[in-house]
Design a protein around this ligand. Structure first.
Ligand code: 0GY
Length: 289
């Protein structure tokens, strides 16, 4: 299978916004190279290779100092490309892995030593076949003892049914991409208000990321996504994270310019204090303490 989505932007622009010293890109991926780290047979899409060297160069170019690299579904539960990138990062990257119930204690320990601090549970039906909740709960209990947290990815229409499960999880729970709100509905819509109500529970964190996936108005400014992210940043300043989502897997509509994405930050976090919380203090507390 050849790559079936757009390649990442070959030449992102330099952002006008300068992230504060120590800023973390807390949601990004590495893919392949396929000849060394083959894609999972069960994958739902095939990415183009997005190697660690390119990620680290982008980090420096955009003005970030660290990365949190998240295992994406195209690599399944084979975390070797992730571990390889973490080991090459000189301590400047942490990871979120994907594991199954058969993972051994030794394997979890090895992931921890490489810099993994969380697991990802994916509920997006176009990306994965469903995993029984009991399986996730079993994994959750095991990783909780390592001090890890859980990253969950779901779409807005599935939140209501997931709430009892999410409340049951024994660790901090980080929700990808604001729970993927339908931005045309507006911030006041009951769907996003349900998400905000969940966030009132201090065990939940949100990534205020991925305007490129959520926007109807589109690039370069992604205006319709800004009020959603800004609402979360202002209301829950100590429990929000930001990431580029490079290399933007599975994007078919357009490929974002990572410089333009970085320039959205001061619009969703309008003060230096909010920017430092979002980009430095929060990710450092969750991934490096
Ligand atoms: C993202 C978003 C997507 C893909 C994945 O694991 C994945 O394959 O998360 C998506 O298609 O929305 O965060 O990378």
């Amino acid at each position: 299978m050849d790559a079936d989505y757009l390649p990442f932007h070959p030449n992102p622009s330099k952002p006008a916004y300068s992230p504060p010293p120590g800023a973390v890109d807390a949601h990004c991926h590495v893919f392949g190279p396929a000849e060394r780290f083959p894609y999972a047979p069960e994958r739902k899409y095939t990415p183009c290779d997005a190697p660690k060297e390119t990620l680290f160069a982008l980090r420096d170019f955009l003005g970030f100092e660290r990365n949190v690299i998240v295992q994406a579904t195209c690599h399944g539960k084979d975390n070797r490309a992730l571990v390889d990138a973490l080991k090459a990062s000189n301590g400047l990257a942490r990871g979120v892995a994907s594991v199954g119930p058969s993972v051994t204690e030794a394997q979890l320990q090895e992931l921890h030593e490489a810099g993994v601090r969380g697991v990802r549970f994916n509920f997006v039906k176009r990306l994965v076949d469903a995993t029984p909740k009991e399986v996730f709960l079993g994994i959750a209990d095991r990783i909780a003892t390592l001090g890890w947290h859980i990253v969950v990815y779901f779409e807005a229409q599935d939140l209501e049914g997931l709430i009892p499960f999410l409340k049951q999880l024994p660790t901090t729970v980080v929700i990808d991409h604001m729970g993927r709100p339908g931005v045309a509905k507006g911030v006041e819509h009951p769907d996003f208000q349900r998400f905000i109500a969940l966030m009132e529970d201090p065990k939940f964190w949100s990534k205020v990321s991925c305007p490129e996936r959520l926007s109807v108005s589109g690039p370069p400014t992604y205006d319709d996504v800004v009020p959603f992210a800004r609402t979360l940043v202002e209301r829950f300043p100590d429990r929000v994270l930001w990431g580029t989502d490079w290399p933007h897997p599975n994007m078919k509509s357009h490929m974002p310019d990572d410089g333009e994405l970085t320039d959205v930050i001061p619009r969703i976090a309008p003060t230096p204090a909010l920017q430092t919380a979002l980009l430095v203090d929060n990710p450092m507390r969750l991934y490096w303490s």
